[in-house]
Design a protein around this ligand. Structure first.
Ligand code: FES
Ligand code: MG
Length: 587
């Protein structure tokens, strides 16, 4: 993306302690401040511990049902150690952990809740800066969206990927190998006993999924956008380097407060260009598109699907990490030089002048970066996938666009047309795919609708529709699938995702019927249904919106305000340009 603003080269003026936000709570010689001070002393703190010091919030997404952040319960102490060392005053503020492994119907329902929680936690408390502790899929965008809207100095601390999985000497990758061995089990190629072995071996340590799923993609994006200390997003959770990253993040945020280095100064339009370039080079999760659009828009930049399409056409996939790559995992990626090594190899696609949390530029941060294994981090001359690892398709089935990941699918479906088999809900589709007498062929196009932002609700990761059992037994492992859902970043296959507008709100996908011919041509970036316009008009007139998903509570707010996938699925009222800026709370 072209920079629309001049690089932020102003010499940092160091803030005087009297200018800290927290001084408004703790400083004045009045009754209210007496209350704040006496209540801090109630917790055993002496005035010397906070007076004149930046108060640093540690927004911690630890919970007992968040395995990816299990180490945060104690890792937060390392962050505190860093903050104290640098002369700050650490305060831990817990936030919803958006656990991908347990939260139903989908964490996507709650990304915006975390975003709101982060923004309001920071606004309502006496804090000057924040360390954001996240990593599991939606936690990264959730925390960053909130911190960006609040715009006090913030640094992101990614949880780090878990160790490689292991079963019978075979390396297992999060997600990807669950799908793979599940299909093998259903095809009768492995036993129930084997399956139990996979279950026990696939997640061996705390940390995020170690394939290039949404977690690893989003933390890499956070780093490329300037919000993580150099190389931090690749360090495995169980590596002692991660502990040092935690304390260093604590030390650095204290200085960032003094320099008033805020998320919006870092996250310029050009910084999001860097984030997209890195996402492409990593062979990113399709979820990244939605989150990045939302994040860029919160920072005030109108980034959209076309920007992804442009970068995808010029940045090759050089991170040989599953599922786009065929063999390696994040641990291998780290040993090979990690994200610094990768960024060093795509320098020509990056704007090296972008400012980062270090107070230095991206170019300075990756100075001298090396790659130690050319198979894990390829050269641009020898990529995993040349160009177009993600493609944005448009046409009468998806006027506002949809997404496919050519880098992780059977290439024979890049240009394909076939008769549609359409499902209105997940249970009926699930029943059909298990039915071995179903006369479906690998040339059919399987369609699931009512799985979008409002219809899902929350756009569940159903987009890798399960292969019909009959086709699996015939030896097929891929077919063209279309939905308005998302798919896990660890998934693969010829799956068209994020169809916008979604069917639940009356997008054209709602009008498709069994037997209609659907055509996808990735080279032409097109997707269409071969149904005459008059017939579509008739179907549109007869269409009725499905029942509302929620009539009270958070779900009701969600369905009323969620935007479509191509707009980043932010709430309309959280958009930066929605209404006047929120004032600082009156004291
Ligand atoms: Fe948390 Fe995959 S489940 S990162
Ligand atoms: Mg995931």
């Amino acid at each position: 993306l072209e920079a629309t603003e001049a690089p932020d080269s102003a010499q940092p003026r160091r803030k005087d302690p009297s200018e800290f936000r927290s001084a408004r709570w703790f400083g004045p010689a009045d009754l209210r401040s007496f209350g704040h001070r006496s209540r801090a002393m109630q917790m055993g703190y002496a005035p010397e511990e906070w007076t004149g010091k930046p108060v640093i919030a540690i927004v911690n997404t630890w919970s007992d049902l968040q395995p990816c952040h299990a180490h945060f319960k104690t890792r937060v102490d390392d962050v505190k150690r860093g903050i104290l060392m640098a002369g700050g005053f650490p305060v831990e503020l817990p936030a919803i952990s958006v656990s991908e492994s347990f939260v139903k119907p989908t964490t996507m329902m709650y990304r915006n809740m975390l975003a709101m929680e982060t923004e309001e936690l920071l606004r309502s408390h006496p804090v000057d800066g924040a360390v954001l502790m996240g990593g599991c899929d939606k936690s990264t965008p959730g925390l960053l969206l909130g911190a960006t809207s609040m715009d006090i100095p913030a640094i992101y601390l990614p949880a780090g990927p878990m160790l490689r999985g292991n079963w019978q000497g075979k390396v297992l990758g999060s997600g990807s190998d669950s799908w793979k061995y599940w299909d093998e089990l259903r095809a009768g190629k492995i036993t129930d006993q084997d399956w139990l072995g996979v279950e026990g071996g696939i997640a061996r340590s705390y940390g995020t999924c170690m394939t290039m799923g949404t977690a690893s993609t989003m933390t890499a994006i956070a780093e490329a956008a300037g919000m993580v200390l150099p190389g931090g997003s690749s360090i495995p959770a169980a590596d002692s380097g991660h502990i040092r990253l935690a304390s260093e993040s604590g030390r650095r945020i204290v200085e960032m407060v003094r320099e008033d280095l805020t998320p919006r100064r870092i996250q310029t339009r050009a910084a999001f260009g860097n984030a997209i370039a890195v996402a492409m080079a990593m062979g990113c999760s399709t979820n990244a598109i939605i989150h990045l659009i939302a994040m860029a828009r919160r920072a005030g930049h109108d980034v959209g699907l076309d920007d992804f399409e442009r970068y995808s056409r010029r940045v090759p996939v050089i991170g040989n990490v599953r599922p786009s790559g065929n063999q390696y995992l994040m641990e291998d990626f780290f040993y090979a030089g990690g994200i610094k090594g990768l960024m060093g190899r795509i320098r020509e696609h990056l704007d090296l002048s972008c400012l980062t949390v270090t107070g230095r530029t991206l170019g300075e941060n990756i100075e001298g970066a090396k790659v130690f294994n050319d198979d894990v981090i390829r050269t641009t001359a020898n990529p995993i996938y040349g160009e177009g690892s993600l493609a944005v398709l448009k046409g009468n089935l998806a006027p506002d666009g949809c997404v496919i990941k050519p880098a992780a699918m059977d290439q024979r479906f890049l240009k394909h047309s076939g008769p549609a088999v359409v499902f209105d809900d997940y249970p009926s589709m699930k029943k059909a795919v298990e039915d071995e007498s179903w006369d479906v062929t690998a040339d059919h196009v399987m369609v699931l609708r009512n799985a979008g932002p409002q219809g899902g609700p929350g756009m569940p990761e159903w987009g890798m529709l399960p292969m019909p059992k009959k086709l699996l037994k015939e030896g097929h492992r891929d077919m063209l699938r279309i939905s308005d859902a998302r798919m896990s970043g660890t998934s693969y296959g010829a799956c068209v995702l994020h169809v916008a507008p979604e069917s639940y709100v009356g997008g054209p996908l709602a009008l498709l019927r069994n037997g209609d011919t659907v055509a996808v041509d990735v080279d032409a970036r097109s997707i269409s249904m071969d149904v005459p316009e008059e017939e579509l008009a008739r179907r549109r007139a007869a269409w009725k919106q499905p029942e509302p998903r929620f009539e009270r509570g958070y779900g009701w707010v969600f369905t009323k305000h969620i935007q479509q996938a191509n707009e980043g699925c932010d709430f309309d009222f959280l958009r930066t340009e929605f209404g006047a800026p929120v004032p600082e709370p009156a004291i």
